[in-house]
Design a protein around this ligand. Structure first.
Ligand SMILES: Cc1cc2nc3c(=O)[nH]c(=O)nc-3n(C[C@H](O)[C@H](O)[C@H](O)COP(=O)(O)O)c2cc1C
Length: 599
């Protein structure tokens, strides 16, 4: 076996996982309604992401189901044929920073790379019948109910296809797009099409809508692993994701024409669903448990009508479960984080590294380290990132200096406690948000926060002076009495650094929020209480939150706050409200429920 095997389909990948001891097979009959998802949730939450799961007997369907295929560092590296995801990023960097040849020697040197590039482009399947079309159902014969589509969470709006590769084409220039957008199964031949408004599938759909034309769509389930990943990658509009898959595989993706629509799909797919989306038909989609850890709210989305279903002779239905991180999709997102760093650095060479922690569920926070060169350089990076592709969904951007490792959460927190001056380090802005964001009072847009933790340089005004512990006059008993004096404060915990000298004091506070008490109500009291006047930053949580669970408090902070509404800054001190919101906070749309298997 070569050191890194290239997988052309899911069958080959499953075999390799089995050989590597990375596959757990479940042979007892299981239900696609909540049972497979419970198994998958427990497995993916076990240390290191557990094993991939293959359910051989699924009630109500003749097809086996595979989940958690990519949900560990080892499996995602196996899937993409690398030892470390950073190796892929380095290959990409070498390619995009290639210098023009100066002579024959250089030319010869470049030849292997040039030849490799030609292998990135997808190719046509040459045989008689593509594997994905070994079995064909057309028209009324095409029945989605034969597929073991999962019902994932108890309060989901129904079953949905969780790992679909949705192929569309621009009506304007014919360029292909593949994106992963969940598809709620309404009945035998109808699904929802949950491409968010900011995504390329939706942009292609807008072109058809404008032209009043029915849009051809083809959906592959299961393909070679690199193509599955590529469908999730935030490639620029009109850049073909299959080129990225070819680059990762060092081998082209093989495509075959669909039978009922003018599109091509991976010949090695397990299933293909062909159909069309009517430009005017919309239907309520959701709610569904989502990777935010909440049920994403039901909303109107386009409807996909099936014209054909084709599959391999013995297909495996590939699925995933999204929920509170870390889950399988975090490993897919990690590939994007690493792979897109060299691309981002072509636009912002001063970016040394960055990190999108799981607690931020991909779009809520990015910590970025820069080689700072001039006043307000950090603000330039914030503005730039807020305008870059899907990075523009990012709600919070924290900028640190190049000598701080942005992937080390403890170090970043230490820099924050040492440096943060809420009056001068914070920029609050407005912009687009991921469709899944629930914290903003308005869907699809809201407030963003930039936090500049870089050292001040010549030309920038200094930060406000830090109070040292020697300068403190209020003892711990008085602080405790100060919290007790505020009606509704339930518990509190001060974030401690080993070295407290010259640090901001940050306290997590759990508070009861009956209908009439907003975050601002608490902010007013906390900031006015004399005995709490040496606390610099308060973060409010619902009483159900365990304040000692660092991951939980960060997840709640990034998910639940709209920085424009939920941040109060006064005279160098601040309160952030990370509680759930309701009308008393001015939040008039629905607040989603947190995911749980307990009904
Ligand atoms: C498991 C999984 C499910 C996803 N579901 C959706 C979805 O339902 N809608 C959506 O717009 N994006 C979804 N995404 C994110 C998109 O796949 C991702 O943003 C991708 O870059 C979109 O492709 P596009 O830029 O070509 O539109 C999902 C990602 C994963 C990993």
């Amino acid at each position: 076996m070569p050191q890194h095997q290239r997988f052309d389909n899911i069958g080959a990948f499953l075999e390799a996982l089995d050989r590597a001891g990375e596959l757990r097979t479940v042979s007892d009959p299981v239900s696609p309604v909540l049972e497979i998802s419970r198994y998958t949730d427990a497995e993916s939450k076990s240390p290191g992401g557990g094993k991939a799961l293959l359910f051989r007997k699924v009630k109500g369907s003749e097809f086996p189901v595979a989940t958690n295929l990519f949900g560990s560092d080892k499996r995602i590296c196996m899937a993409l044929g690398v030892d470390r995801i950073d190796d892929l990023a380095e290959r990409l960097r070498a390619l995009i920073t290639m210098k023009p040849p100066k002579g024959l020697r250089d030319m010869l040197h470049l030849l292997p790379t040039a030849l490799q590039v030609t292998s990135f482009f997808p190719r046509r399947f040459k045989g008689k019948t593509a594997p994905c079309q070994e079995v064909v159902y057309l028209g009324n014969e095409a029945d989605l109910r034969r597929l073991p589509v999962l019902h994932c969470w108890p309060k989901d709006g129904g079953p949905f296809i969780t790992l679909p590769l949705v192929f569309t084409k621009s009506l304007v220039n014919g360029i292909r797009n593949v994106g992963m957008y969940r598809m709620q199964v309404y009945d035998a031949r109808t699904t929802g099409m949950h491409w968010h408004i900011h995504k390329d599938g939706s942009s292609n759909f807008s072109e058809y809508r404008k032209a009043g034309k029915r849009m051809p769509v083809a959906v592959a389930i299961g393909a070679d692993p690199a193509t599955i990943y590529a469908a999730t990658a935030p490639m620029p509009r009109h850049a073909d994701e299959l080129l990225l898959a070819g680059f990762i595989r060092k081998h082209p993706v093989t495509l075959t024409p669909c039978l009922t629509v003018d599109l091509e799909v991976p010949a090695e797919a397990e299933f293909v669903i062909e159909g069309t989306v009517d430009p005017e038909e919309m239907r309520i989609e959701g709610p569904f448990g989502d990777h935010t850890g909440y049920y994403s709210l039901a909303d109107l989305y386009p409807v996909f009508r099936v014209t054909a279903i084709t599959h391999r002779r013995r297909p495996v239905y590939c699925a995933t479960l999204v929920g509170k991180p870390p889950m399988e999709d975090c490993y897919l997102a990690k590939v994007t984080e690493r792979l897109f760093l060299p691309l981002l650095q072509t636009v912002f060479p001063e970016i040394v590294n960055y990190w999108l922690p799981w607690e931020g569920v991909f779009h809520n926070i990015v910590v970025v380290a820069i080689e700072k060169a001039y006043p307000l350089h950090a603000q330039k990076i914030m503005s730039g990132l807020w305008g870059q592709g899907q990075m523009s969904f990012c709600k919070a951007i924290v900028v640190v200096d190049a000598d701080v490792d942005p992937t080390d959460g403890r170090k970043v927190m230490a820099v924050l406690l040492k440096n943060l001056d809420v009056e001068s380090d914070i920029t609050v802005n407005r912009g687009i948000l991921d469709a899944l964001d629930h914290s903003s009072p308005t869907p699809h847009y809201g407030h963003k926060i930039g936090i500049d933790l870089t050292r001040r340089i010549s030309g920038e005004p200094p930060r406000a002076k830090m109070r040292t512990s020697a300068g403190r006059t209020i003892g711990p008993e008085a602080v405790a009495a100060g919290f007790s004096a505020i009606d509704g404060v339930f518990r509190w915990r001060e974030l401690a650094l080993s070295e407290r000298e010259g640090c901001r004091r940050v306290v997590l506070v759990s508070v009861e929020k009956p209908g009439n008490r907003s975050g601002k109500w608490y902010a007013e009291r906390l900031l006015s209480e004399e005995r709490l006047s040496e606390i610099d930053l308060f973060v409010l949580y619902d009483t159900s939150i365990e304040l000692t669970d660092n991951s939980l408090v960060l997840w709640k902070l990034f998910n639940n706050t709209d920085p424009g509404r939920d941040l109060v800054i006064r005279e160098g001190r601040a309160v952030v409200d990370a509680c759930r919101k309701d009308a008393s906070d001015g939040h008039l749309r629905q607040w989603p429920e947190e995911l749980s298997f307990e009904e």
